[in-house]
Write a protein that binds this ligand. Structure first.
Ligand SMILES: Nc1ncnc2c1ncn2[C@@H]1O[C@H](COP(=O)(O)OP(=O)(O)OP(=O)(O)O)[C@@H](O)[C@H]1O
Ligand SMILES: [Mg+2]
Length: 478
């Protein structure tokens, strides 16, 4: 529900209005506040306002000059109703419903210089680690109980000395974050899976399911998605290998990116899907939207959990069913975790070649057994041989990533899935393998993603189709 904030500057009698629709917002001098009031009498972060229905709670964030309400300075916080005015510096502020009629102009955006703060909802509840949210060098914040807070910086995990006041305070913080994001966390439903406005991912589990304290993990969304060139510069992949994967994509091979937790799967899928030729109709399905594909013809869908009463769940599998009726040229599924595996394999086998996804696994072979396990979870009653045949014909290429002990993430296998062996076991040929040569004095893992000499089965066809540039590395493979 939206509302309006009427602002009158008593120093020049100017009035303006700002429409907002978030339940919590900030007033202060600097532009990161939703209502920024450029005056020395206003503190940089002066007040926090919470709107619930037509009730308004205003809280003084230890400002220098305070907030006036009913001609008195408020003591920390005050409860108001729509239509009540309060004063900060020379500004009289009134919050009214969205259908309130006013002639006051909307303040020009460049005038207000409004800066979007993706953490506005959660910031008030994460005081001990607020600066970690700001710090772009920190990619993940992991809270393993109120006094055990870890961060990941440049790929390395460090313990910090930060603490929440108590376990109770941390549980309260998680419940408040959930509430601010429109979700509910309680002892009955002790899990939170949510995404902040900038795409950062928050996952939390509170007791009784978390056994040694409350667990929270915040995977920060890097403002600038890593690009293909970044990955090459980091030594995560080589241009040759990218050329090869690009060829696979042109040849409509189905590609699975696999690897351990946090090994860079989603990042790589994002980069690789940018190699899909322009003009193709791509449908992206995710549990929690993370991919940032810069493509023209793209449809993005996000699964939806059940509400408090268990109604309205929409799974990846459901969305995949809808997708198949929407003429996709390519289907990109953020991560295969459950029931959707079998449907995706079928789609890949029946004319939706060139699709992509990721799965959690420890090696290229393990990727295939993980797919097998998730397919079995789909409740499919098929003999194992039939399932394995489906998998080996649906999946063409596995790009396997690894997080090394120095914190770097690298592609360490690119493998082609061949037909099953006579004994029904999976058959892989590695096309690229990361050959580790050692470590430098700073502990950095050294090595090179090397072509193995194994010739991909579709190379001849690719040459005939004219997909291989003359004189390129791929052209030299016989
Ligand atoms: N090649 C890379 N070099 C440096 N950092 C990377 C690289 N790839 C990914 N990262 C960073 O590593 C973190 C984890 O990446 P990502 O989310 O892609 O991993 P994931 O395997 O999908 O994780 P999860 O298993 O949680 O889904 C992110 O902060 C990302 O920016
Ligand atoms: Mg991921």
């Amino acid at each position: 529900m939206g509302f309006k904030v009427l602002i009158k500057d008593l120093s020049n009698n100017k009035e303006w209005v700002k429409e907002l629709n978030q339940p919590i917002f900030f007033i202060g001098r600097v532009s990161s506040n939703e209502i920024s009031l450029n005056s020395p009498k206003v503190s940089s972060r002066h007040a926090r306002v919470m709107v619930r229905g037509d009730k308004v709670t205003i809280e003084d964030l230890k400002s220098t000059n305070g907030i006036l309400f009913n001609n008195a300075k408020i003591d920390r916080s005050a409860d108001l109703s729509f239509g009540d005015s309060f004063q900060i510096g020379d500004f009289v502020i009134t919050i009214v419903s969205e259908d309130f009629k006013t002639d006051a102009p909307q303040k020009e955006e460049e005038d207000v210089e409004f800066k979007f703060d993706p953490f506005a909802y959660v910031r008030p509840f994460l005081a001990p680690i607020n600066d970690f949210l700001e710090d772009a060098s920190i990619s993940e914040i992991m809270i393993n109980g109120h006094d055990k807070i870890y961060i990941e910086r440049k790929g390395k995990i460090e313990k910090t000395d930060r603490k929440f006041a108590s376990e109770k305070a941390l549980v309260a913080a998680v419940k408040n974050i959930a509430r601010a994001l429109g979700k509910e966390v309680s002892e009955v439903s002790p899990r939170l899976d949510a995404r902040l406005d900038d795409g950062s991912r928050v996952a939390a589990v509170i007791p009784p399911c978390a056994l040694t304290g409350t667990y929270v993990s915040i995977r920060k969304f890097s403002k600038k998605a890593l690009t293909l060139q970044d990955l090459i510069n980091f030594g995560a992949i080589t241009q040759d290998a990218i050329d090869f994967i690009e060829l696979c994509i042109l040849m409509k091979q189905n590609v699975i990116v696999s690897g351990g937790t946090g090994s860079g799967k989603t990042t790589l899928l994002n980069v690789l899907s940018s190699l899909i030729p322009d003009g193709e109709r791509i449908i992206v399905i995710e549990d929690t939207a993370e991919l940032q594909l810069q493509k023209e013809h793209i449809l993005r869908m996000e699964a939806k959990p059940a509400d408090k009463k268990g109604r309205g769940e929409v799974t990846i599998r459901d969305l995949l069913h809808s997708t198949l009726r929407m003429r996709p040229d390519r289907i990109v599924i953020g991560e295969i975790r459950g029931g959707e595996a079998f449907d995706l394999l079928q789609a890949m086998n029946t004319g939706h070649g060139g699709s992509m996804s990721t799965i959690h696994s420890n090696s290229p072979f393990d990727t295939l057994s993980r797919l097998e396990n998730t397919t079995l979870q789909s409740g499919i009653q098929l003999p194992l041989k039939a399932i394995r045949e489906q998998i080996s014909s649906a999946i063409n290429i596995i790009v396997h990533t690894k997080r090394f002990e120095d914190g770097s993430r690298k592609v360490n296998f690119i493998s082609e899935v061949l037909d099953l062996k006579p004994d029904m076991s999976y058959n892989l040929q590695h096309i690229y393998v990361f050959e580790r040569t050692g470590k430098d004095e700073s502990g950095k893992v050294l090595g090179h993603l090397k072509f193995t000499g194994n010739v991909p089965t579709f190379l001849d066809e690719a040459k005939k189709a004219g997909f291989i540039k003359k004189g390129s590395f791929l052209d030299t493979i016989k």
